[in-house]
Design a protein around this ligand. Structure first.
Ligand code: ATP
Length: 503
């Protein structure tokens, strides 16, 4: 699995999807740039979401709120006081950990210790060694494994409930269970606010402290009444938005899974109080179906219902995806009650209420939110699409089986040779198709190698122009996944591609 993940990262770089940010200065940790192909794939995912949410729902409209907001927004939303992650420092190594990552690291070390014991035993017993039997009968190895599991489980629970003293005590317990894994040089576990601060204004005295938004949702809440009134929206209705969010993540690893600057695609659905659970269930199912519609395999998704709820929620679930490092959160669906709108009423002194003409009364609507990370979607799609295939003749090929609707380039047009007027015909085909699709031209190397290059880029079609084209206006149409080739009329290309790349 680790190898698969490494392949994903290097493929993303080698084929112009994702580069580390400011790489000539050795990069900036957990910040990435989308390159020439990545930007297209990302845009296509965003559009696929927007179409499903805004275009296909008469009662959902879009919004593009600013990243910078009045600082009181974040007081009202609870982010100033409660948007924290527990962290701990190791004074010895000067390393800083998010507490749950530390737990993972300990787990890893304890596993290594158990593995070492097993290796030693294998060396001692030689051929007669039976690992399974050894594990079940040798109390020393088992002690490590079971002790570890038991402490880690308790630790995860304490972390989840924010009981930091408990976490601290458990870390000490872990050190005793696993003495070789470190000294007692840990600082206290403490809370770290994840918002990036910045300043507005020229002079130091008059500057106003601002935050870069850690989520796009608040831009929707503060605009709720503006949109409702000007759009004459009737409850239930939704406001959708995509845009950048910033979090000063303590430990940012796993490539674009956890970034410090990332993009969210969020929709807040405003409903009548008392109807929120019905809509919460509706959106859970609807969002899962949206993910599954991409054809990456239904078995790669699952729900994780939250037992412990955030202060603003009365129901919450994640859609988890099977990433190269296991099932992790891809999207959150939250029933946020009237927490946000009420808080903004309180802090702003403005009414944020809806007049329900059927009920003939005012109320603060309840909110059901769907929130998905665009970069995480990118990683989900990209990692599941990247496959190494063994062909019938025993050779292998790397192919990025992206859903055609998301592919950065829909077709590559390739003249078989660089002469006899074939490049001119190829360019004419590009000029005809480029109004509707991203198409690309390639004349370098043998045609087989060009096919493989397009496979690795995820291009669903290659169109090859050869000498027969001059005679009968047909080209070879090669399909990425099946590698099958058809002979088709140039005039038919647009319809064929359209049929395959539309939703
Ligand atoms: P996690 O538990 O992974 O930190 P979260 O529960 O804090 O995520 P939310 O606040 O619910 O996440 O944000 C909604 C979505 O935004 C997540 O489901 C995820 O897809 C995305 N997201 C959140 N934080 C990041 C990040 N640092 N980098 C990339 N995407 C993120």
């Amino acid at each position: 699995q680790e190898d698969i993940f490494k392949n994903v990262i290097s493929h993303a770089k080698e084929y112009g999807f994702i580069f580390p940010s400011s790489e000539i200065y050795d990069g900036l940790s957990a910040v990435y740039d989308y390159a020439q192909n990545g930007v297209e794939l990302k845009k296509n995912i965003r559009e696929y979401w927007w179409r499903a949410m805004v275009q296909m729902h008469e009662n959902i409209v879009g919004l593009d709120a600013a990243i910078l907001m009045h600082p009181t927004t974040w007081k009202a939303s609870g982010h100033v006081d409660a948007f924290n992650d527990p962290l701990i420092d190791n004074k010895d190594s000067k390393k800083r950990y998010r507490a749950d990552v530390l737990i993972e690291d300990y787990a890893e070390k304890l596993n290594q210790k158990a593995e070492k014991e097993i290796e030693k035993a294998r060396a001692r017993f030689g051929e007669a060694f039976d690992e399974q039997q050894y594990r079940t009968t040798n109390p020393r190895v088992m002690e490590y494994l079971s002790k570890k599991k038991e402490i880690l489980e308790r630790m995860a629970k304490s972390l989840d409930s924010g009981d930091l003293d408990d976490v601290k005590a458990l870390i000490e317990e872990l050190e005793i269970a696993c003495p070789e894994s470190g000294s007692k040089n840990w600082t206290e576990v403490r809370q770290f606010n994840l918002m990036f601060g910045t300043k507005l204004g020229a002079s130091a005295e008059n500057a106003m402290d601002l935050y870069l938004r850690p989520e796009t949702a608040q831009g929707i809440f503060v605009n709720f009444l503006n949109v409702q009134k000007t759009g004459r929206m009737k409850i239930p209705f939704g406001i959708a938005q995509t845009g950048k969010a910033f979090r000063n993540e303590i430990v940012a690893r796993q490539f674009i899974f956890r970034m410090r600057e990332f993009e969210q695609m969020e929709m807040q659905f405003f409903v009548k109080p008392g109807e929120e659970i019905k809509w919460y269930e509706y959106w859970k199912e609807t969002r899962l179906k949206w993910h599954q519609s991409l054809g990456l395999g239904n078995e790669n998704y699952r729900f994780h219902d939250h037992e412990k709820l955030a202060h603003y929620a009365n129901a919450a679930a994640d859609i988890e995806f099977n990433f190269p490092f296991g099932f992790k959160e891809l999207e959150g669906i939250h029933s946020r009650t009237d927490f946000d709108l009420k808080a903004h009423e309180q802090y702003s002194g403005k009414k944020l209420q809806y007049f329900d003409t059927e009920e003939n009364k005012n109320y603060v609507p309840y909110v059901v939110e769907t929130s998905v990370g665009l970069d995480r979607m990118f990683l989900a799609v990209f990692s599941k699409s990247l496959v190494e295939e063994t062909l019938e003749d025993g050779t292998t090929r790397t192919v990025l089986r992206l859903p055609s609707v998301l592919a950065p380039t829909k077709a590559a047009v390739l003249p078989l040779v660089k002469k006899d007027g074939l490049p001119e015909i190829a360019k004419q085909i590009i000029d005809d198709l480029k109004w509707e699709f991203n198409v690309t031209y390639d004349e370098k190397d043998a045609v087989g190698r060009r096919y493989r290059r397009q496979d690795a880029l995820g291009t669903p079609f290659c169109i090859t122009v050869d000498h027969q084209t001059i005679e009968d206006q047909t080209v070879t149409l090669r399909h990425r996944d099946s590698m099958m080739q058809d002979r088709v009329k140039i005039d038919a290309l647009r319809d064929i591609i359209n049929e395959n790349v539309s939703v």
